[in-house]
Design a protein around this ligand. Structure first.
Ligand code: FAD
Ligand code: NDP
Length: 518
């Protein structure tokens, strides 16, 4: 048997990689790889692919531990498999239900009286799309010559990563060395520490592949995940209740968040305010009995649901990394990094959701991963700018914003130095189906002095993400109220309302428009 045949798979990968490197540089490398990336999600894949483009030898590990109810998925991380993508597809499915009713008002001959979605068909379509993305991702890695191992990686020391090629077969342990290590392991949903939580509840990791219809659903948590899931479930004809521990959308502009909650209530989403769950039990009829405590009135209550969905935030996946062996500092369950994403160990970096104190968003993960690779392997000095990152909450009227909330602007600059321009508006397309315009609202938070530099833009309405994306570039370029009001709108759109913002909160004038075109 030739020597090559007895080499194990990864030894082969490493020797090929080293040989390529020798041919390229004329010297034998000190490490097996220039870069090992732990985590094949948005951040890790972007970093790995960019590093290879810059000429580095890269190995990427990705492994998904199944959820307590057994859901698992392929490469690509949270966004592709259990985050942005399936969420956006379910959001779209729910908007289409609404659109059918609107179509009737517009004269389409559709019988919308018994309109019901086919949940299983929707789940199948969503999962098929995800599987095609998983496949394209693997092909892309192969084409780009990023070496990929479907396994958990953990530190042995600061340059050495160990793994089991067949997870579960702990006898067959391998290890590789790398000049740089990037930790991009992301996070997973938290479960509350109450009886029945893990055995009987599900999370966003399960809902997009859930085989049975969710039915009456308790969504615990009022952050992005809770509100978005409750809304698409409502739009698909189920009956969600959101349990709110304190306030909806902590960290967002308060007025906008409350308006969004009011919009959800108007559409039939129920809220259990200032309430926390205490236990979940399965009844003899198979349904779930949830007991809870109202923390304002100190009264206990209970209700019965078909599904309980925990949306109480996410924990960073640091437990399996053996970070202690590398000496990497953590805070709570996240990794502490400096402005160039370096940990306290200078050749170990972290990007994406695993970083402490940065926005947990896909475009942030991707750009920070890519910029890091360019700094490590292409002599770039450009750092990630985490300021003024735009974001959208995908509820039926979406909420999108960029920059500061009204509260943060006032806290930073003082109320006397801030001017808020605001207005309600009436989307033209809402008139014929007589859709409620009560929550279509936008505002610009600006400096009081000079040309009034805009510090934050907020919009609730149709396709909010599409509207705010362009304004985000303008805001980053120093947009002022003067420029905004000198910009000619595109009529009739909802985005043009930003160019018509003439009423300040301070003036006390009524921000409700009389007509759409004056
Ligand atoms: P991840 O994508 O989580 O990837 C990390 C990968 O590493 C995972 O595959 C993990 O299993 C793997 N891993 C973990 N430990 C190890 C290990 N030791 N070894 C090897 N592999 C390991 N963001 C938006 O911008 N827009 C949205 O609309 C949006 N919607 C969302 C909806 C939901 C329901 C959720 C949960 C999130 C949403 N997000 C959204 C957030 C977005 O998904 C994340 O910010 C993004 O996926 C983070 O990417 P990441 O690479 O840091 O982590
Ligand atoms: P968040 O941290 O945004 O929200 C968690 C919610 O759960 C809060 O309302 C919190 O209440 C509540 N909560 C926390 N602990 C408990 C508990 N023990 N009992 C009851 N309620 C509790 O987390 P999400 O999971 O919603 O989202 C995680 C991140 O994912 C987001 O920050 C975002 O970056 C990303 N994401 C982005 C999306 C997008 O871009 N559209 C969509 C979905 C997720 P309290 O305020 O009282 O702490």
């Amino acid at each position: 048997m030739s020597l090559l045949k007895v080499l194990r798979a990864t030894d082969l990968i490493r020797s090929h990689s080293a040989l390529r490197w020798c041919r390229h540089t004329g010297s034998f490398p000190r490490y097996d790889y220039d870069l090992v990336v732990l985590g094949g999600g948005s951040a890790g894949l972007a970093c790995a692919k960019e590093a290879v483009d810059c000429g580095a030898r890269v190995l990427c590990f990705d492994y998904v531990k199944p959820t307590p109810v057994g859901t698992k998925w392929g490469i690509g991380g949270t966004c592709v498999n259990v985050g942005c993508i399936p969420k956006k597809l379910m959001h779209q499915a729910s908007l289409l239900g609404e659109a059918v009713h609107e179509a009737v008002a517009y004269g389409w001959n559709v019988d919308d009286r018994n309109l019901r979605p086919d949940w299983r068909k929707l789940v199948r379509s969503v999962q098929n799309h995800i599987k095609s993305v998983n496949w394209v991702t693997r092909v892309d890695l192969r084409d780009k010559k990023v070496e990929y191992v479907n396994s958990m990686g953990a530190f042995v020391d600061s340059h050495t990563i160990m793994y089991y090629p067949k997870p579960g077969q702990e006898g067959d342990r391998r290890q590789v060395t790398a000049k740089y290590v990037v930790v991009a392991v992301g996070g997973r949903p938290r479960y509350p520490d109450i009886p029945g939580a893990m055995e009987l509840g599900i999370t966003s990791d399960d809902i997009f592949s859930y085989e049975r219809e969710p039915g009456r659903t308790l969504v615990v948590g009022a952050g992005y995940v809770g509100l978005e899931c409750a809304c698409f479930l409502k739009g698909l004809g189920y009956d969600p209740t959101v349990m709110v521990r304190s306030i909806v959308l902590r960290g967002f502009d308060r007025q906008m968040s409350e308006l969004l909650a009011a919009m959800m209530s108007e559409r039939g989403v129920s809220f259990l305010n200032t309430t926390v769950p205490s236990s979940v039990e399965r009844q003899s009829d198979g349904r779930l009995l949830v007991r809870y405590l109202n923390t304002t009135t100190q009264t206990v209550g209970s209700d019965v649901f078909d599904t309980v969905l925990w949306a109480i935030g996410r924990r960073g996946l640091i437990d399996d990394l053996n970070l202690g062996a590398a000496g990497v500092k953590t805070l709570n369950d996240k990794i502490v990094v400096d402005a160039s994403e370096a940990t306290n160990v200078p050749h170990i970096f972290a990007v994406g959701d695993i970083i402490h104190g940065r926005p947990e968003l896909t475009p942030v993960a991707i750009l920070s991963g890519r910029l890091l690779a360019r700094r490590l392997f292409a002599g770039s000095t450009q750092r990630m700018d985490y300021a003024d990152v735009a974001t959208t909450v995908f509820t039926p009227l979406e909420y999108s914003c960029v920059g500061m909330s009204e509260e943060s602007a006032i806290e930073l600059h003082g109320a006397d130095n801030i001017e808020v321009f605001h207005g309600y508006y009436k989307p033209t397309e809402f008139f014929i189906p007589q859709k409620s315009v009560r929550h279509c609202y936008l505002k610009a938070v600006a400096e009081m002095a000079g040309d009034q530099r805009i510090l934050g833009l907020h919009y609730i309405g149709p396709v909010a993400g599409e509207v705010i994306q362009g304004f985000a570039a303008a805001l980053k370029s120093g947009l002022t109220v003067k420029t905004l009001l000198n910009t000619v709108g595109i009529h009739p759109t909802t985005a043009e309302e930003f160019t018509r913002l003439s009423i300040t909160k301070r003036s006390g004038r009524d921000p409700t428009p009389a007509s759409c075109c004056s």
